[in-house]
Ligand binder design. Sequence first.
Ligand code: 13P
Length: 311
Amino acid sequence: MSKQDLLDRLNKLKEEKRAVILAHNYQVKEVQEAADYCGDSFELSRLAADSPAEVIVFCGVHFMAESAAILSPDKTVLLPERAAGCPLADMIDPEGLHTLIRAHPRAAVASYINSAAEIKAMSDICVTSANAVEVVDSLEQEEVIFVPDQNLARFVSNKTDKKIIPWPGYCITHHRVSAEDVLRARENHPDAVIIVHPECRPEVVELADQALGTGGMIDFARRSEQEKFIVGTEMGMLHRLERECPDKQFYLLSPGLICPNMKYTTLTKVVNSLENMEHRITVPPEIREKAARALQRMLAVNASSLEIRSR
Ligand code: 13P
C-alpha cells in the first residue's frame, strides 16, 4: 500500500472507531506526521486522560500506553508494536523498590513515568522529565526515593533541597553519550547551543548549555534567538524540532542516539493496530487504582503548566 493509501485508510478507521493517534517525539517521521498529537511523556499522558476518543493508539513504548490505560480505564488503548518496551523501566522491580522503602521508611516515593504500573502503584507520585523538580519540591517529605533513573535523580538533586535516594537505573540510549561527545561538538560547532536530555550522565548535563525534556527542548528552540542547536537526545526529536522551527538548524550530538524500541512502530503497524484492534494494553484494577493515584497527583501539580500542541 502506498503512503497515501495508508493515510486514507487510517483516517477512515479513525472516524469509524472514534480513535485518536498519539505519538511520542521520538517516533519516526511518518508516524509523527500521521498522528493527531505529538508530545513528550507528560503532554501525552495528559492528552490520554482528557481525550474524548474511545480508542487511543499510542505510538511510543509500553510504559506510555500503560500510563494511558491507567488514566483512561474506559478507553481502549492500543500499542501498535507489542515488543516496544523500555529497558530503563525494566531496571527496577517491585522487590527492589520494597527493599529501598524498608531502608528509608520516612521517604516519599517518586517514580519516573518510565516505569511499570506495579512500580507506579507503589509510589506516592509520578514524575516526567518535564516536571521532576517541581513535583519533588511539592512533596512534604524531606527525603525522596527516586526511581529508576539515576541520572534524572542526580539532575533533580542538584536543583532541590530534598534528599534524593536514587535507584541505579539508566536509559541505554542517553547513558551512552559521553563528556567527550559534548566537548567535540562544542569544538566543531562553537556557534551552536547544546541541549541534552536530563537522562544523560551528570558530566554531560554539566557541560551542556541546557538540560531539558523533549517538550522543554521544543519550547526552548522556539523562543531562542540562536539558530543552531546540537541535540543530545533520541534522533526522532530532530524531526519534531525541524517541523516546529523550520528556520533553525538541528544536529544530533552523537550518532548512537537511537532508541530501537521507539523505532519499531511504522505507519503500516499503526494502521494494522487500529484495523485489528491490537495490541490492547490493560492493567489489573487493584494495580491500576493505585498507579492512577500517583499519576493523577503528578497531573495535579502541573495542572496549569501544559500547553497542548496539535500537529
Ligand atoms: P520526555 O518525557 O522528555 O519526552 O522523555 C521520554 C523518554 O522516554 C526519554 O527517554
